[in-house]
Ligand binder design. Sequence first.
Ligand code: ASN
Ligand code: ZN
Length: 332
Amino acid sequence: WQGIENGTGNTQYSGTVTLGSSQSGSNYTLTDAGRGNHKTYNLNRGTSGTGTLFSGPDDVWGNGQPSNLETAGADAAYGAQLTWDYYKNVHGRSGIRGDGVGAYSRVHYGNNYVNAFWSDACFCMTYGDGSGNSKPLTSIDVAAHEMTHGVTAATGNMTYSGESGGLNEATSDIFAAAVEFNANNPQDKGDYLVGEKIDINGDGTPLRYMDKPSKDGSSKDSWYSGIGNVDVHYSSGVANHFYYLLSEGSGAKEIDGVQYDSPTSDGLPVTGIGRDKASLIWFKALTTKFTTTTNYAAARTGTLAVAGELYGATSAEYKAVAHAWAAVNVGS
Ligand code: ASN
Ligand code: ZN
């Protein structure tokens, strides 16, 4: 007998949360029966296969500390369920492929592995334990970023190199922010930072900044000819910056204690339309306009078309999309 349970996750990054789990006899497993049977596995430092499904006699997962191997499982399961809920509740999409089927997560990949990744081949995401095996890459935004690679592969499928690769990466950062805001977890409030919880730089700074991507020292704030030659995690800055500007507008702003200051490359101000509309525009463009070869000019055309369909070509929303692209030097 398997049933939907509501387990307790004692996560490292998000406090105590409710987790979808299943009961089988007197045993519980991290199998989210309410979300496509998404499963969370313990690789126990292996690098292949699935290791073992998290299971145990109680429905309590982890103790908040990385030394407890269930803790990273709890964080990963939580990130997966929040991402599922975001796509389902906000965009009406059931699962990564929209077919109601859950993916699976693997934690404790390798030793001191400082990355996480999505694989279309296994339809799964994988998390390393970070430096010193003490900062697993299982924060909400990283989980949402990786799962969104699966959504992108099932939709626009922008080729992972050149400008299309930057748009693919940015799509993961954009929905990572959207999922994190939507979750509204008191321990990990939404922000326009990527990876602020996992201390990947060892000095408390995040991996990426969406208001001013160049703050990381490598990402690009604006489009230029030749941007297709930089790493996709840096060319993504243009679209991340576009999304920030479209959501929040240009200039200085504080949100939940985080200070932002977003410049525009044309020096003209942008008035934001709010995150929900910006996310809706990006999602609809991803799923109805973007293709393998979409570059920045085509992303502009696609998002403008979507804004016209949703709000009308004379709307404030349509104008904001045009202004935000101009502000990151993507023109007609
Ligand atoms: N964590 C990285 C990402 O999702 C892995 C990669 O470079 N593909 O982008
Ligand atoms: Zn990525």
